[in-house]
Design a binder for this molecule. Structure first.
Ligand code: AMP
Ligand code: MG
Length: 444
């Protein structure tokens, strides 16, 4: 695990003139393995059911009851004894005496005996004695109503099989059954299943709190006028949004200026979070300050990852209070690099903390409609729009692939991969694509 760490943390702090000599050059997999090793599933919390969507069950759910609790009717009709309707047809109906009615939510107060029937509604318990329900459509009910006849008798027009339209007790769930396993992600269907057992709270793995810190003298806060030479801080927002869609809770720490004092002060607010994500200040030219501060406050590694975009990456730990170290991931500053590095490293880490068994995005094979170039032996993640056309997934690069071109990220629903060892992929070639989205707008 650690053979790529040449102990550069112990270099003199101002070794930046030779920074590249001390950098670790890692494959995406090597960097990923080192990052993910620091994360595990968090503790559980008990919460109201509807607050748990997207979280992972921390307990097995066993049923305290049978579902349905009683045998009940699957149709509006007549509860009968099947032996009474053998051979019934419109020409030769079975004629029964109607002795009562039972609606959903009420218990029948009579027993069906030979020659009798009870009118029954969908979901109502099947009365004792009855074994079969004949829907209204197979009786003279409609005709009787139209003609104003009393409903004290009924003619059955169909010979239906024993048990027809009766939903047996425990058909869906039996008492004590393991209904949902620990580790299951809670979606709408699971919310429904849990509610059907009468439970209003569940134990789930808690969501990680992820602190977000932007760094840079050039950054301006949104909502304020832009002064000369500055740009708005977009990384705090794209990263926070990515944290939310990964299932974490962002804690925005703001913008740290490129000086020791400010960076130190802003990092104080990270205490108590499960992960800190910074952006910028980790590339060759300018990582001195971030590097110095982080090394002083914990143990950091600065890597070059063989990927494009998002080559520079920092990962390590801040020494927390009470001996609790907080993992820190330093994303590159360029807006697309920050998002792609988040995808590759932060999202799987957050999903690991959430207790998810699936931590990766779905991948598909698609056909390129235009080429992707790879000039320097890094793995390329090209922003593409994937569409289903003529029965195949077609991937079209969304324009200029510079790591500062954030709008081309917005147009993309996937990242097409050109392997490290290829000089490119041509139009017509099949590529693997990490799907960032499977939404209705893009019909894939
Ligand atoms: P750096 O890693 O500090 O050299 O930053 C690389 C590039 O990303 C520079 O052009 C920065 O201006 C830009 N950048 C850094 N942080 C942000 C941010 N929070 N929002 C938008 N752009 C940023
Ligand atoms: Mg900077």
């Amino acid at each position: 695990m650690t053979n790529h760490n040449h102990g550069h943390n112990h270099e003199a702090p101002h070794s930046h003139g030779h920074a590249s000599a001390f950098e670790d050059m890692l494959s995406v997999e090597q960097a990923f393995d080192k990052v993910i090793a620091s994360f595990q599933s968090l503790e559980y919390e008990e919460k109201p059911l509807l607050d748990c969507i997207g979280q992972v069950l921390a307990e097995d759910i066993r049923s305290p009851l049978a579902l349905p609790p009683l045998a009940n009717s699957g149709m509006d009709g007549y509860a009968v004894i099947q032996a009474d309707i053998v051979g019934a047809s419109p020409a030769k109906p079975s004629n029964l005496s109607v002795i009562g009615i039972v609606a959903a939510g009420h218990m029948p107060d009579k027993t069906v005996v030979p020659g009798t029937a009870i009118r029954i509604m969908t979901g109502a318990p099947v009365p004792n004695g009855a074994d079969t329900v004949i829907p209204f459509e197979e009786t003279d009910e409609v005709e009787r109503k139209r003609e104003g006849k009393p409903l004290d008798r009924v003619q059955i027009f169909a010979d239906m099989p024993f048990g027809c339209n009766v939903r047996p007790a425990g058909e869906d769930v039996s008492v004590g059954m393991l209904v949902l396993e620990k580790g299951t992600s809670i979606r709408a269907a699971e919310v429904g299943v849990i509610a059907s057992l009468g439970m209003d709270k569940v134990k789930v793995i808690r969501r990680p709190v992820v602190a977000v810190l932007a760094t840079g003298d050039e950054l301006e806060t949104t909502g304020t006028p832009l002064s000369g030479g500055r740009i708005y801080d977009s990384n705090s927002f794209s990263v926070a949004a990515s944290i939310i869609s990964s299932g974490g809770v962002p804690r925005i720490l703001g913008i740290a200026r490129d000086n020791l004092g400010d960076l130190n002060a802003k990092l104080e607010a990270a205490v108590g979070s499960d992960l800190v994500i910074t952006s910028a200040g980790v590339s060759k030219g300018d990582y001195d300050i971030v590097k110095d501060v982080l090394n002083e406050r914990g143990e950091m590694n600065f890597w070059s990852v063989r990927m494009r975009p998002a080559k520079p990456l920092a990962f390590g730990h801040l020494n927390g209070s009470g001996g609790k170290n907080i993992p820190l991931l330093g994303l590159p500053g360029n807006p697309v690099s920050a998002m792609v590095a988040f995808e590759m490293f932060a999202r799987p880490a957050i999903r690991t903390m959430l207790g998810k068994s699936r931590i990766f995005r779905p991948m598909i094979d698609g056909v390129l409609t235009a080429s992707i170039r790879n000039d320097d032996g890094r793995r390329v993640y090209a922003r593409v729009e994937v569409e289903l056309k003529n029965g195949e997934y077609q991937a079209t690069p969304t324009g200029p692939q510079g790591s500062n071109i954030l709008t081309s990220m917005s147009k993309a629903n996937g990242l097409a991969i050109c392997p490290d060892d290829l000089s490119g992929k041509d139009a017509g070639e099949v590529v693997q694509i990490i799907m960032l989205d499977w939404n209705e707008e893009v019909q894939v």
